[in-house]
Structures are given as C-alpha cells and as structure tokens.
Design a protein around this ligand. Sequence first.
Ligand SMILES: [Zn+2]
Ligand SMILES: [Zn+2]
Length: 373
Amino acid sequence: MARGRRARLAIRRSSRRTFLLLILGLLLSTAAFLLHRFELWRREPPPQAGELTIVVLDVGQGDSFLILTPERKAVLIDAGPPEAADRVREALARYGVMQLDLVIATHPHADHIGGMVAVLETVPVRMFLDSGQPYPTRTYTRMLEKIREKGIRFVVAEAGQEFHIGTDVRLAILAPFPTRFQGTRSDENANSIVARLSYGAFSMLFTGDSERETEDRLIEQENAAEPLQARVLKVAHHGSRHSTTRAFLERVRPEVALISCGADNEYGHPAQETLDRLRRWVRELHRTDLEGEIVIRSDGRRYEIHPERTVAAEDLWRGRRPRLRAEGYSAVSEDQSRPVRAALDPIGSPTGQRSKAASPARAISPARWRTGL
Ligand SMILES: [Zn+2]
Ligand SMILES: [Zn+2]
C-alpha cells in the first residue's frame, strides 16, 4: 500500500518536474525570441564616464552620426534619409539623449536631412549649423521652417569656426570656405560642412559628401593649428569614386575608415577604386551596409570600435557596382541626394513657376568664431 503511494507520489513529482521544465523551456524560448526580435543582444551598453562615444547610425543610404561627450553633451551630424527618421529617434532614446547641444546638416541633400524635422520635433536643440546653401526642395524648406518655428539658434558654417563641446571635446569647422564652389559635379556636395572632432589624442574627420574640389582646397588651406590628420575618417560621399583622393589621404593619414551607405544602393557606393585607395592607408574599414550600427568609444588616449555585426574582411573590401550604368550611368544620376521626387515637387505657385530657392534666415556667419556649448 505504502509502496504504491510512494510510487504515485514519485510519478506526480516527476510529472511536475516535466511541467516545470516545459514552462522553463517556454520562457527561455520566448526570451530568445524577444532578444532576437528586438535585437537587444546587439545593443551597446550606455557610455561610461570619461568616454567619448560616436554612434555611426545604420540609416541605409545616407549619413547620421551621434556624438556623446564625457559630460553627456550631444551632437548630431546629419539625420539620414526620410525613411530613417524613426531609426534616428530610436537611437536618441536608446542613448538617453534629452537635448541636442548642436545639430549639423552637412548639406541640404535628402539622404542627410531627411530625418531632421522628426529630430527637431523629438528633442530640444540648442544650436543648428547649416551649410547655408539655397536649395529648392520641400525637405530643406520644411527643415528651415521647423528651425524657425522652434526658435533654434541658426548658424551658417564657415571654415575657422570652433565649437567647444564641454571641456575637452572640440569640433573645428574646416569647410565650407567663404567663397562657395560653383560649377562642380554637385555644388551642394562640394560645399558640405567638413568638421574635425578631437578629444585628447583621438580625432575624427567628418566629410559630408565632399567632392574632389573640397579635398583639394582643404589641402591648400591646411595649417599647423588645424591639421587634416585624423585617426578615424568618415569617408566622403558614401565611398563614391569622386572623392577620397590619394593626395587627401596622404594628409589625413587615417588609421580607420568608416563608410555609411545602404546595402541595396544603386549608386555603386562604395566604389572599388575608393576602397583600393583606402586600403593603402587604413588598418581597419567599417561599413554600415554590412556591419549595421558602428560604435566608437575613446577615453582620449585609446579608442575601440564595436560594429553591430561581424563581417569577413574580404567582404568589407569588396566594392559595389552602380546599377544605373545600364540605363546611361552619369555623374548626375549618381547624385542620389537629388531625388526625382524633389525635382517634380518644386516650391512655388500652383502655376508651376518656381519661387526663389529656400534660403536660411537669421543667419550668423562670423569669419573667425569660437563658441562654447
Ligand atoms: Zn549623401
Ligand atoms: Zn549629397
């Protein structure tokens, strides 16, 4: 009798164990699913004290960089294409950015300012730095209207300006130059804001969509006080073959190159010839199209780079081919930032007459200029 009860108890216990194991298995697989679904395992931990963090956002075909200083000041350089607006906002939330001390629009192309209105609606912005080029698209006009509406201090960039972001982080503006380029492949690209970020021994060069002409003038104007040399180079124009010249690389002498571009871009970014030029200089290449979001951390002496995904080196060094070539590939069609939509959608009266291009208002443009943020 007692033996029978013991046996029954043992069976009940073992079935309870099976049940618990089943529940545990279910919980574990749900957790694994959630981690995978929301990519939580990929996320970088929040920045440490004393560290400068640069987040190279994976915005597809476009640019967006978030800079977080050791004093928790925040700077955003570009806001990606319109479809990446949520990604940029999500990154601001993830990094706990409650206010942007400075926002930079390197130039008015949609793959750089597409998400800007969304950003300006999400967090307060203390100062906005623009390349100051009149540009007749809705995207640019709406951005200017939003800046005005929010009463954000608007500054037109010019080589020689300096932004001290807190105590030790400095952002020097190297371009655009007082005389703007005219008649280049893309004047908007050629007049991009170029900025050099420095923190102790760490430095990084942000080049927007610079053209060869921009690089040539940067070389001409380089001075000892503001060298072009940078440990990390944000490669110009998504790795286009038209910039990142050998002469420019000789001055920058980068250790690491970063390319922000889309996995399915039709412009052939990055170009194999650009990658070949870079390969002679850099020891590491990182690309958002293959590695996703890339985080750089520096304590002012050393720096570390953490890509979201690991990719084999041979894949990183393989360029893309433009898909437009078959349909009459040209320099103009490569300028992805002038979307067809914008061309069909000029600002103006319903009669189709174009009003004068949107131009920034209340601009301050001192030649030599220093500001603390
Ligand atoms: Zn671009
Ligand atoms: Zn551009």
